[in-house]
Design a protein around this ligand. Sequence first.
Ligand code: SF4
Ligand code: SF4
Length: 495
Amino acid sequence: MNNTATDAYFPGNGRYKPRQLFSVGNRYFLYNCWDSVYAEMEESCQEELRGQGDALGESAVSEAMEKAIARTFLKWPRDDQGRIIRADDPAHVQAALDKVAPEQGGLMLHVAHVCNMKCRYCYGHGGTFGGSAGLMSEETAFAVIDWYTGRAAAQEKKQIDISFMGGEPLMNFELMKKIILYLAEHFADWKKKYSMTTNGYFLTDEVIAFLIEHEVGILISFDGPPDIQNFNRPLVNGEDSYAAIVPKLKKLLALRPETYVRATLCNGVDLDLVEAGLREIGFRKTFLLPAMESILPDDYYAETASAGDRSNIVRDFCQRGEKFLQATQNRNSAAVREAAAEKNFFTTIAPLADNDNFLAVFSRRRKFYYCGIGITLLVVDADGVRYPCPSMVGTEKYQLGQIGTAWDNSFWRRSAVLESNECVECFCRYSCGGGCRFDSLSVNGDLFTPNPDYCRTKRETLKYAIYTISQLTGDDITWLRQENILSAAAPNFDF
Ligand code: SF4
Ligand code: SF4
């Protein structure tokens, strides 16, 4: 064993957790937290490794253990003097953080501070974000667009990336249309990317045709079967929403079958039931996301049975993993696609399939941030005020001033995975990025202290993801790539 190398990997008195030993069923793993790669080992090896503690590398180890360690730790890139480049080396960290520049971000435009629905878990006070209901004016919108395109031109970037948000953005469809047509006419040779999140109620034929013609990405918010959708997401007048929306969704799906739907999960709901409900409508791609319990209104739990239970998410993840595995082994492409259609499952599992591709892991996968809050995200509310995150719209403390004014984002560039006491000791920090800051704030009143329920779920699902992927053979992974289920390139994270 090369002591110098292992000392570098197991600094002992270092602040950051270097590795994690864990087992799932009768399989035993060593996980390299620096690089988010794993090795499987015998149980006896794991015992031996536990005995070594942080002094690992200073005494003799068995051949089997050395092999397991070598697999996760010894392929590291080295600098020109042969020294191993540590993931948490300050110079490397700084270089990675410097890559995250504000100009890389898209623009989130809150075109409507009003909504036609009254969802029980809405963090935006029914779309008004605590202010008065209203639509973004044309004057404000074009002032933002001029500033945004002017800034891109100054940076010699002919790129436009706009997400239309609300409230319900389609309540201001006329403005969306004007913006998109204006940009098509005046910035014809620029690259354009548009997206929107909608409850689907206002998807008329005309709207659908326009969105498709202009390649606007659409994320539908919808919670599954009628009883769940109607309970969680009633119309603003209290009436049921399922029957009013589903025919419109079907029209959209007939033209764009790959449309993603995001279901918000509350109250320990059965995920199979939610997914089956979404599939029945015709969705093939799902994104199942737990509601932030901390911001649910007080009366929510009074009306429902249980609170804050995320064990269903872990259970669903394991079941999905089993289905994914079996379908892969049977070379059943449709069944694999179905199991992998849930976004969170797929984005957890896919990078692990590249376990041997250390350089890809090193250069592309490490998440210092959970999202682009305050850095790549540029959120502008209906009055033209800038915020770091869409969930913070309306909170005066987090305003970043009017568009056009400079702002110092050094605070937001601080990385939770490098600074939070919880994250530095967490084995999945670089595949997590430190959790949603808004969730941390809502639960703990602190942007750097994550929600423990979220963390438990994240850690458990990562272990199951490793357990699942470790059972795939090289042939399985090759087949998954041939089928285009796993793309050769790593999926995009935040940067
Ligand atoms: S937010 Fe939680 S799960 Fe994520 S890195 Fe921090 S401690 Fe780990
Ligand atoms: S902090 Fe949370 S709510 Fe805000 S942008 Fe990031 S993920 Fe979204």
